[in-house]
Ligand binder design. Structure first.
Ligand SMILES: [Zn+2]
Length: 80
């Protein structure tokens, strides 16, 4: 489903993947989300970072530069 970035709140994400260049996030409950920015684009740079409260996913819009952070509960790439 499509969701506005402003409506994500603290949705917990367990996976990110790209489909034809469009970012899809998989929520903890298994729902697949296409995130739409307030500029109506959905081209995001998504990075997983380690925060003090645990890993989080940062989304930065390629078009307007809006940033969002979400709790990340999935596997961390490169960590064994
Ligand atoms: Zn944007």
């Amino acid at each position: 489903m499509e969701i506005r970035a402003t409506e994500l709140g603290n949705t917990r994400i367990r996976q990110k993947r790209y489909h034809d260049g469009t970012l899809r996030l998989v929520a903890e409950e298994g729902e697949e989300l296409t995130v739409v920015c307030r500029c109506d684009r959905s081209h995001w740079l998504a990075t997983i970072q380690e925060g003090e409260g645990g890993p989080f996913l940062t989304l930065v819009c390629h078009n307007c530069g809006s940033r969002f952070g979400l709790p990340y509960v999935g596997a961390i790439p490169g960590r064994h």
